[in-house]
Write a protein that binds this ligand. Sequence first.
Ligand SMILES: Nc1nc2c(c(=O)[nH]1)N[C@H]1C(S)=C(S)[C@@H](COP(=O)(O)OP(=O)(O)OC[C@H]3O[C@@H](n4cnc5c(=O)[nH]c(N)nc54)[C@H](O)[C@@H]3O)O[C@H]1N2
Ligand SMILES: Nc1nc2c(c(=O)[nH]1)N[C@H]1C(S)=C(S)[C@@H](COP(=O)(O)OP(=O)(O)OC[C@H]3O[C@@H](n4cnc5c(=O)[nH]c(N)nc54)[C@H](O)[C@@H]3O)O[C@H]1N2
Ligand code: SF4
Ligand SMILES: [Mo]
Length: 764
Amino acid sequence: MPRTALRICPLCEATCGLTLTIEGTTVTGARGDRDDVFSRGFICPKGASFGALDADPDRLRTPLVRRDGVLREATWEEAYDAIAAAVPALVREHGAQAVGVVLGNPNVHTMAGALYPPLLLKALGTRNLFTASTLDQMPKHVSSGLLFGDPFAIPVPDLERTDFLLLLGANPVESNGSLCTAPDFPGLLKALRARGGKLVVVDPRRTRTARLADRHLAPRPGSDALLLAALAHTLLAEGLAVPGPLAEHTEGLGELGTALASFTPEAVAPACDLPATEIRALARELAAAPTAAVYGRIGSCTVEYGTLASWLVDVLNILTGNLDRPGGALFPLPAAGPRPRPAGPGKGFAMGRWHSRVSGHPEVKSELPTAALAEEIETPGEGRIRALIAIAANPVLSAPDGRRLDGALAGLDFMVSVDPYLNETSRHAHVVLPPPPPSQSAHHDFAFNGFAIRNQVRYTRPAVPLEADRLDECEIHARLVLAVSGMHGAAAPSAVDETAIQATLRKETADPHSPLHGEDPARLAGLLTGETGPERRLDLMLRLGPYGDRFGSEPHAEAAAEVRPGASGRGTDGAPEGGLGLERVLAHPHGIDLGPMRPRLPSVLRTRSGRIELLPDPIAAELPRLRAALAERPAALVLVGRRHLRSNNSWLHNVPALVGGSNRCTLQVHPHDADRLGLTDGGRARITADGGALDVPVEITDSVRSGVVSLPHGWGHDRAGSRLSVAAADPGVNVNQLLDGTRLDPLSGTAVLNGFPVELTPLP
Ligand SMILES: Nc1nc2c(c(=O)[nH]1)N[C@H]1C(S)=C(S)[C@@H](COP(=O)(O)OP(=O)(O)OC[C@H]3O[C@@H](n4cnc5c(=O)[nH]c(N)nc54)[C@H](O)[C@@H]3O)O[C@H]1N2
Ligand SMILES: Nc1nc2c(c(=O)[nH]1)N[C@H]1C(S)=C(S)[C@@H](COP(=O)(O)OP(=O)(O)OC[C@H]3O[C@@H](n4cnc5c(=O)[nH]c(N)nc54)[C@H](O)[C@@H]3O)O[C@H]1N2
Ligand code: SF4
Ligand SMILES: [Mo]
């Protein structure tokens, strides 16, 4: 008899609740869980293919260990023996910097990825950390770090209540949203318009999202910072900047007008290729809306002025008084996150505390640009990366110049991949540690609840028991921590969790602001529930979190007022009485709704001034570069990316149900450009840029603006030694081969993946 089980979908940031149908140990179906407190039954084709992805025959079932140059199936014992024999010895001989760590996107979609990498990095002591952030949202972390003192204080548009949404460089109808966790984003956009609200989309392509909009502006790629600066300039110049109560918490309002003086709509219009009148009208509309939210994603981040654009997004939210108010852009308060602290000056946000060895890129959030990984492996000298641990990452396809990285990885002394597939990156590993399929893993969204449009908490236990000879991904990570620490075999994996629990409790009980100040950490640890180490850690985070039961203690009087509403669980929609902990979450398998986002200023602020620092020095220092862009002659042809609903970066091309149709690796070209260049629909062209040339099939469409071509990323599955039989049949090309890794947004180290110049010639 088939049974059902709940599983939060790990395939995009929307985090929909799924109801899986299970026969034996096989997932035979997936539908949206109508009772899920957050997603209420929404599902997309990726979630619906959960079973096919779960059962992909190409998934690795056992670890692989390289012997005599060949990757062979091995036992877990052999795999960890190999790591324990290699990594500590390398560190002893060459120092901690000789080991690099790459953390890829799915780490934000697994519990293991949230709980263990910090412990791994601590055990290794390396500064050579590279993540997907520098191919993605790092500009947003930098701007939030500078504005609010906390790189994770990222305001989220209040989609359910706003009257006006200005959306730049995002296509949530296909991506289902990013840094804005909102199941059924398309439905929310339609609902916004149905209640009389307005949607304005800024995108050089007429995307499915743009088609839903009241107005679509198609500027020249890379010009968002200029457009946003002109909007801010107009608000300031026309007396439309009304921050309201925010003014009291904001520094630098007076200086902003001068800093942005040169960015008039007329001045930016040629670079943006938008009429100045349109820009001015947009600023006035934004100011006039009862509530409004400005939201920018990939197309405003992975561009030349990504940090400035990300900063200006929130400058506009502040100038219009929409930051931190319902209907505007607010700060979520996730259940497993830290409890709010009392308002006041904080430590501030520091960048560039160290620099990358070869090109001297500043660290940001303890990370170095992933675009600089290859040179750190290749360039001789002290501190060269000789060993790499890649977890859920496929930088050979996702980062610039995959061919160079491919070569660099092949030259490593030692490499570990924690990955379910043998793919373009993991094929270089000496040891591959495969996590089980998602049906066999527990799930809680540590990352995305921090960007969710409603505060809520959900946890799903494994839908299917762990197969024999499999290790849970949390245990894979815990054993990895032990192996690199020279403790392989000397301690149980659970010791890693218990050490983490003890460390958190020691800190908590030593904190004079904590209601648990002076308590015995060992006694509190004894009160934790949960069947596994990760469950106990989740329980701890929930209990110490903003809605937590704090082990039954009363919150201190000093605790900020915003701590109180959720402290008892009362006053939050439908949440039962009593503070949160794992037991209560388990008793609500469809989740617990903790209510809409609420204003959280000023306690969110961790700047040194304790205020919003509207014009921080690093930003002010970047503005002359943006000003210079006003005079630059734009390239004749630039490239932008695109995501397809049934894709997910580089690793979903192996599921037959998800490939084909419109999900293809074609170069979209506007008819005018096609005419000019002599290209035909269905014909082929050679596209050339800094990093190389690619031969691509041409698709002529007026959904891209003229002067812009579009090629999706994550393709190029034609490398020998991978095991991706479906993907290899229609490999596509790797767009990132067009980049050589030198184009970066300098403040954040983020690769410029959109809006770089290309040349195009027809092929016979
Ligand atoms: N040109 C261009 N390039 C881009 C982008 C773009 O828009 N344009 N987007 C960028 C963005 S936003 C991102 S986030 C990056 C993503 O780039 P990466 O961070 O490299 O992530 P993916 O390409 O998704 O590769 C994920 C890897 O994780 C593995 N994996 C899948 N599930 C699991 C799991 O449960 N556990 C483990 N351990 N591994 C798993 C997959 O097999 C795959 O090898 O790409 C970036 N690259
Ligand atoms: N189906 C699917 N969903 C996904 C993913 C996926 O690969 N496939 N990846 C996930 C990940 S890791 C992320 S980070 C999110 C990303 O989520 P989104 O940010 O919504 O991603 P995109 O669909 O790449 O949208 C970026 C848009 O920016 C436009 N653009 C390019 N250059 C510019 C520019 O200079 N200015 C402006 N205004 N627009 C520009 C592009 O045309 C594109 O439509 O999606 C997530 N969800
Ligand atoms: S929208 Fe995202 S989370 Fe929801 S079913 Fe689709 S892939 Fe899964
Ligand atoms: Mo991403």
